[in-house]
Ligand binder design. Structure first.
Ligand SMILES: [Zn+2]
Ligand SMILES: [Zn+2]
Length: 239
């Protein structure tokens, strides 16, 4: 067991990055509210397909979280410009030192995802609600963005020994990713249950061997080796 003080920790953000992240969270929340108000004022959206569009949006958000997480875990090196530090490093530190995620504050935890979902929520707002197809597209995109927004928060809650009571209640009912479900990702060989928005897709994707099949295909086409830089993280194996 490695002494806690020797484990890598998250990077502390500069003032400008923090301002950008806080602004992104405020903008994303405002866009969620604007989309919700627009949908509430459009009675034509109360159609048979509405629950399907909502569930599909949440499933798509969870699936996308798995794809992003798996990509960050599996390919590339921390030495890559920009992406290495901003995208790969947080995931890899998180494997070596999972408790570090619990120490990231609200803005640090949620800012990056908020920045990414703003274009999605803006796109949903700009889609006119003239036809059923456009309405369903707008609802799907808005739910996709709104469900994606708290992804890292849901992930942090899955690591907290005592999450807020309403969160623990939702975790027990399988609505949100639970600690037990997420532990499958943090158990050797660390290659399962990548989805962290709700965790709804994990069981199906693991049973299908979806990510292993994707790795075999990418390796065959590009020659790249999955988790090629894992030797840099020998400490991960020691835990
Ligand atoms: Zn991971
Ligand atoms: Zn985790």
């Amino acid at each position: 067991m490695v002494r806690p003080e020797l484990l890598p920790k998250h990077d502390v953000m500069g003032a400008w990055t923090r301002a950008l992240e806080a602004g992104s969270i405020a903008a994303a929340l405002a866009l969620v509210a604007i989309n919700a108000a627009r949908f509430a004022g459009e009675p034509r959206l109360l159609a048979w397909w509405l629950p399907l569009a909502v569930v599909a949006g949440v499933l798509a958000a969870d699936f996308a979280s798995g794809i992003v997480h798996w990509t960050a875990d599996t390919w590339g090196r921390e030495s890559l410009p920009v992406l290495g530090v901003r995208f790969l490093r947080p995931f890899r530190i998180h494997h070596v030192n999972p408790d570090d995620l619990c120490e990231r504050d609200f803005i640090d935890c949620n800012g990056d995802v908020a920045l990414l979902v703003c274009p999605l929520l803006l796109g949903s707002w700009l889609v006119p609600l003239e036809s059923e197809l456009l309405g369903a597209t707008s609802v799907f995109t808005a739910v996709f963005g709104a469900a994606t927004l708290p992804t890292n928060q849901v992930h942090q809650w899955a690591h907290l020994p005592q999450p807020p009571r309403f969160v623990a209640w939702l975790q027990r009912r399988g609505v949100l990713l639970s600690t037990a479900a997420h532990q499958r990702h943090h158990t050797a060989p660390f290659t399962a249950s990548y989805c962290i928005t709700t965790g709804w897709c994990n069981r199906a994707l693991d049973r299908l061997g979806f990510f292993r099949a994707a790795e075999r295909t990418i390796s065959r086409v590009t020659g790249m080796v999955p988790r090629d830089d894992e030797r840099d993280y020998v400490v991960r194996r020691a835990r």
